[in-house]
Design a protein around this ligand. Structure first.
Ligand code: EPU
Length: 336
C-alpha cells in the first residue's frame, strides 16, 4: 500500500480558527487499512488526529504527524417502520449528515444543525445545542486503537457521556481514533424537542417539524455565531461552568438577574457568555484577536491572529472571571 505522506504542510486550511502553522508530517486516510498501515509505522509518539479542525487552537508548529480522517459514507444498516440505525463515516461533515437526515425524513439531529466539524469528532465532546445532545441518538462507534491498530466497538454506556464530555476526552484520551458512528434515528411521527427558549420563540406561528426546527436553529446560529469560513473561530471557547448552589445564591444577591439552569442536585449551570459579557468583553478586540460582538463565548480571529494571541486573550478572560466571580472557566477548545 502506498502511503502518501507529506512534509511541512500548512494546517491553515484544516482548522476553523484559521491559524497558519505547519505540521512536520501530514497524511489523509480514507480506509481502515490505510489507517492501520499508518499506525504500524514507528513515528507515532507525536500524533495529531484531525477531523474538521473545529475545536482546536494551534499555537505553534507541530513537530509530529497530523492524520486527517477522510473516509466517507452514510448508510442505513437496520430499520423498521418506526426507526432506522444509520452508520456514518467519521470523515463526513456533521451538517451534511444533518441535511441527509432531513432529506430522508429521519428525526433526532435537527436541533444540532450547522454545528461545525466532522461526525467522528462529535462523540468526543458529546456535541450539543438547543436542548439536544449527541448521546440521545448515539448507538455506538467504531474506533481504532492507536497502540495496536485493532478495531473496538464502543456502545453508548461505555462512552461515559457528560456535558461536552466523554471517555475519549478522559481515560481514553489519545488512545483511539473514531472511524464511524452509528445513530438511532426516528421515522415519522418524530419526537420533537422545542424546549429551548430561543427555539420555541423562533418557531412561534410555524408548524414544528424536523425541517422547521433545523431551519430555526440555522437562523439562530447564523445570527449569533460567526461563520468560520468568513471569520476564524471554534464556536464556544469555554464550557458553561457548573457551580454549587450555595455559591450561586451568593452571586444572585449581587446579580439578581443572573441567568442560570439547574444542573445536578445542588449544582447550577451559569452561561459563561453572561460572565464574559458582564465583564464588558463582548466585542472586545486586541489587534487580530477578539470576542465576537454577538456571542461573548466565541473568540475570533479577525484575520492574522496567531494561536498564541488567541490563547493569551482566553487566559486574560479566564483570569478576570476568576477575579470578579471566583469561578474557574474551563476551555472547551483543545489547545495545542
Ligand atoms: N448571554 C450573554 N451574553 C452573550 C450571549 C449569551 O449574557 O453574549 C447569556 C444570555 O443570558 C443567554 C445565555 O447566556 O440567555 C445563554 O446563551 P445561549 O443560548 O447563546 O447559549 P450558551 O450557553 O452561550 C450553549 C452552547 C452552544 C450552543 C448554545 C445553544 C456551551 C459551551 N455552548 O451556549 O454551543 O450552541 O448553548 O444550545 O455549552 C459550541 O459548543 O461551540 C456552541 C456554540
Amino acid at each position: 500500500m502506498v502511503l502518501n505522506f507529506q512534509k511541512d504542510t500548512s494546517l491553515l486550511p484544516y482548522n476553523t480558527f484559521g491559524i497558519d502553522v505547519k505540521s512536520k508530517h501530514f497524511i489523509d486516510v480514507e480506509s481502515i487499512e490505510e489507517l492501520q498501515a499508518v499506525l504500524n509505522q514507528n513515528q507515532l509518539e507525536n500524533l495529531l488526529v484531525l477531523g474538521g479542525g473545529s475545536n482546536l487552537l494551534l499555537t505553534k508548529d507541530f513537530e509530529g504527524l497530523t492524520l486527517r480522517i477522510q473516509n466517507r459514507g452514510i448508510e442505513i444498516v437496520e430499520q423498521d417502520d418506526r426507526k432506522a440505525r444509520v452508520k456514518v463515516a467519521a470523515g463526513e461533515n456533521w451538517h451534511d449528515f444533518v441535511l441527509w437526515c432531513l432529506e430522508n425524513d429521519l428525526g433526532g439531529v435537527e436541533n444540532l444543525a450547522l454545528i461545525p466539524g466532522n461526525v467522528g469528532a462529535a462523540p468526543i465532546q458529546n456535541i450539543g445545542a438547543y436542548g439536544v445532545e449527541l448521546r440521545e441518538v448515539f448507538e455506538s462507534c467504531e474506533a481504532i486503537s492507536i497502540d495496536t491498530g485493532k478495531v473496538k466497538i464502543f456502545k453508548k454506556d461505555e462512552c461515559n457521556f457528560g456535558y461536552r464530555n466523554s471517555i475519549f476526552k478522559n481515560t481514553l484520551k489519545g488512545k483511539y481514533i473514531i472511524f464511524s458512528v452509528q445513530f438511532n434515528l426516528k421515522k415519522p411521527p418524530h419526537a420533537l424537542n422545542i424546549s429551548y427558549k430561543g427555539l420555541s420563540e423562533k418557531l412561534e406561528g410555524k408548524i414544528p417539524n424536523i425541517e422547521s426546527i433545523a431551519q430555526a436553529v440555522i437562523e439562530i446560529r447564523s445570527s449569533k455565531l460567526p461563520d468560520p469560513k468568513k471569520i476564524g473561530n471554534c464556536g464556544s471557547f469555554f464550557k458553561n461552568p457548573v457551580i454549587p448552589l450555595i455559591k450561586f445564591n451568593d452571586l444572585k444577591l449581587q446579580y439578581p438577574d443572573i441567568p442560570h439552569y439547574p444542573d445536578q442536585f445542588d449544582k447550577i449551570k451559569i452561561p459563561a457568555a453572561w460572565l464574559i459579557d458582564t465583564l464588558g468583553y463582548k466585542g472586545y478586540r486586541n489587534q487580530e484577536a477578539g470576542v465576537h460582538p454577538n456571542q461573548a463565548l466565541v473568540l475570533v480571529n479577525y484575520g492574522n491572529a496567531t494561536g498564541a494571541e488567541i490563547k493569551k486573550l482566553a487566559q486574560q478572560i479566564r483570569n478576570k472571571v476568576k477575579e470578579k466571580f471566583a469561578i474557574n472557566l474551563e476551555f472547551e477548545v483543545n489547545i495545542l
